[in-house]
Ligand binder design. Structure first.
Ligand code: AGP
Length: 631
């Protein structure tokens, strides 16, 4: 939610194109409005607009608007917004100024005590020009400067007064060779080049310029400046600013750069759907031992005893990550005979869970590692004494740092706002985790080997599934979209229920249509009332133990005149009367528990092609943000 960038350089040049290109790479974090501020000939100048940088910022035009001359610039900041406080509008778009127009700030996060601060500042004579929570920050800094503080002290004293989360970048026309950063709860790092330092909410924003970064931790600030013709930086904590900290740089591999480009694909989402076989392969790579039939999860190695003796597993997550955990729950219960409680993070934090922390292990699942609900759940769980583990995609993210230990998802950067490849990586980890927990609870080496053997084949079967289903699923999606079908339900039993929930979420996010997902047996208890010839039911029913039962339910839907697409395997298709139904066929598997990794693929594609047929933006669906950093 929201993305910030900031550049400071000793080699003066027009920084506007670099800021715009970095902002474009951050659009997935928020895209309702955007803005840039620079210091030019001693004064702060700004443009801010409604819309995403790709749509509203042309570098040359914005450079002209900002009056950038051939002398170039030393410092600039930029912001993409996802509105939380104050509607999307030009006035509410960052950067925000103080009353004297000498300070400009960009902020990612939420200030919880903004109302009180605003009241106090208004009483002191400050005038506000937006309805955002952020605008209290430049005014508070201004106030502290007025009272005698230096810009740096005013900035850090202000940061110390803020309740909530922030990644901040500040420039001041009174100190034009300085860029100040501070972080608490929202991600912030800066890239280090010979003559330039470039800050951003995420490394992918600036990978085009450098792959060497310093990541700030909560409570830290960085003072980036130009002196004697060179750039330099100092890092300290907001509370203890005089004791400077030395931090290691991190280098990101070239693979991450590929994630930032769409390549031959028409959208990031399409690309990411097609990357899933390789993501699955990478995620399980080196994490199992076929000779022992066991999973090898290095990140959990110090907690073997705890994993062995746990009597219950709790998962906390939101959205798609929660849906992956639902699949994981069924896997763990079935294979390890260990009870699992799947908690929605936004609920978990506020409810009483009658499980003693000594008996349970808790897994927080998150792609971004930033989701506020999940992060706060982890903190709350730790306060209550639970040992917490993470299944997180973004290395070094807040959740990855907050948990006791964990397993990284290895999906790479996921740019499409609707999560696909991160889901597959989370599933892959749950397969391994379930095997690990099961091997400690009676699963034989042979049983472990048998699942691992088939798990190893999943990436190739995913490739086959994508190749053989896409054109038919596209045809069906376009056909139903053009017919104006607006009631769509995803139905299945057992381990397919979470896939129905995920397919329905994906469909909702992309098409903006209301959809449902139900256990197939529940249909007759109510939802069947909405089935008629304007409704479409998508039934996931490979040829597993419940196939006969599912066939019965399929008949019930058909008898009410509903349209039906069945997702089944080769064997299932041979055992269905194909009259009046459309069929999507995935490969047959020996182990029924592995079907989710294949069956989700055509359903992601269905949502994708339906949304495209409706003319929707699949990479940036309306109202959504990639990392939801507000509760
Ligand atoms: C997925 O398509 C969604 N955009 C959303 O549900 C997401 O999965 C959820 O917000 C959790 O995000 P996280 O995995 O980054 O924690």
């Amino acid at each position: 939610m929201c993305g910030i960038v900031g550049i400071i350089t000793s080699e003066k040049r027009n920084l506007v194109p670099e800021i715009i290109s970095s902002l474009k790479n951050l659009e997935y974090r928020g895209y309702d409005s955007t803005g840039i501020a620079i210091i030019n000939t001693g004064e702060i100048r700004r443009v801010h607009r409604l819309g995403a940088p790709s749509d509203v910022f042309v570098p040359q035009q914005i450079s002209e608007e900002l009056g950038v001359t051939s002398d170039g610039l030393s410092v600039a900041i930029g912001h993409n917004r996802w509105a939380t406080h104050g509607k999307p509008s030009e006035e509410n778009a960052h950067p925000h100024f103080d009353c004297t127009d000498t300070l400009a700030i960009v902020h990612n996060g939420t200030i919880l005590n903004h109302e009180l601060l605003r009241k106090e500042l208004i009483a002191l004579g400050h005038t506000f020009s937006s309805t955002t929570d952020t605008e209290v920050i430049p005014h508070l800094i201004e106030q502290k400067i007025k009272e005698g503080s230096s810009v740096k002290d005013a900035f850090l004293d202000t940061a110390a007064c803020l309740d909530g989360s922030f990644g901040l970048a500040l420039i001041s026309s009174n100190e034009p060779d300085r860029l100040l950063l501070a972080k608490h709860g929202s991600p912030l790092l800066f890239g280090v080049l010979k003559d330039t330092l470039i800050a951003a909410s995420s490394s992918n924003a600036i990978l085009a310029y450098t792959n060497t970064f310093i990541t700030l931790a909560d409570g830290e600030y960085a003072d980036l400046s130009i002196g004697s013709g060179n750039v330099s930086y100092k890092i300290g904590t907001i509370q203890d600013r005089e004791n400077l900290i030395t931090k290691e740089t991190t280098t990101i591999t070239d693979h991450s750069r590929e994630d930032m480009s769409m390549g031959e694909y028409e959208s990031f989402m399409k690309k990411e759907i097609h990357e899933q076989p390789s993501v699955f392969r990478t995620t399980i790579l080196g994490r199992y031992d076929e000779t022992t039939g066991d999973a090898v999860l290095g990140g959990l190695i110090d907690y073997e005893d705890m994993l062995r003796h746990a009597r219950q597993v709790i998962t906390v997550a939101c959205g798609t990550a929660h849906n992956a955990a639902l699949v994981g729950g069924i896997l763990i219960e079935t294979l390890a005979n260990l009870p699992v409680r799947n908690e929605i993070a936004s609920e978990f934090r506020y409810k009483k869970v009658p499980i003693s922390p000594e008996e349970a292990i808790l897994f927080a699942v998150s792609q971004s590692g930033e989701t506020a609900d999940t992060l706060e759940s982890v903190k709350e769980a730790r306060r209550k004494g639970y040992t917490t583990f993470g299944i997180v995609n973004v290395v070094g993210s807040a959740i990855a740092e907050a948990v006791d230990a964990g397993v990284y998802a290895r999906a790479g950067f996921e740019i499409g706002v609707a999560s696909t490849k991160a889901f597959i990586a989370q599933l892959a980890i749950f397969y391994l985790l379930a095997i690990k927990l099961a091997r400690e609870r009676g699963m034989t080496p042979q049983e472990g080997q048998s699942i691992l053997n088939e798990l190893n084949k999943i990436p190739n079967l995913m490739i086959k599934t994508l190749e053989t289903t896409e054109s038919e699923i596209k045809r069906l999606a376009e056909n139903y979209a053009s017919k104006g079908i607006r009631t769509i339900n995803f139905l299945g039993r057992g381990i397919h229920v979470p896939i129905c929930i995920e397919a329905s979420l994906k469909f909702k996010e992309l098409t903006y249509l209301e959809t449902g997902s139900y256990p197939l047996g529940e249909l007759k208890h109510g939802p069947i009332a909405i089935i008629d010839n304007n409704a479409l039911s998508i039934i996931i029913m490979p040829h597993d133990d419940l196939f006969a039962l599912n066939k019965n339910s399929l008949e019930q839907v058909l008898s009410k005149g509903g349209n039906v697409i069945v997702v089944t395997d080769e064997l299932g298709a041979q055992n269905l009367v194909l009259q009046d139904i459309e069929v999507i066929i995935i490969p047959t598997l020996k182990n029924q528990l592995l079907y989710p990794a294949l069956e989700i693929l055509p359903l992601q594609l269905f949502a994708y092609h339906y949304a495209r047929a409706l003319g929707n933006n699949v990479d940036k669906p309306r109202n959504l943000a990639k990392s939801v950093t507000v509760e």
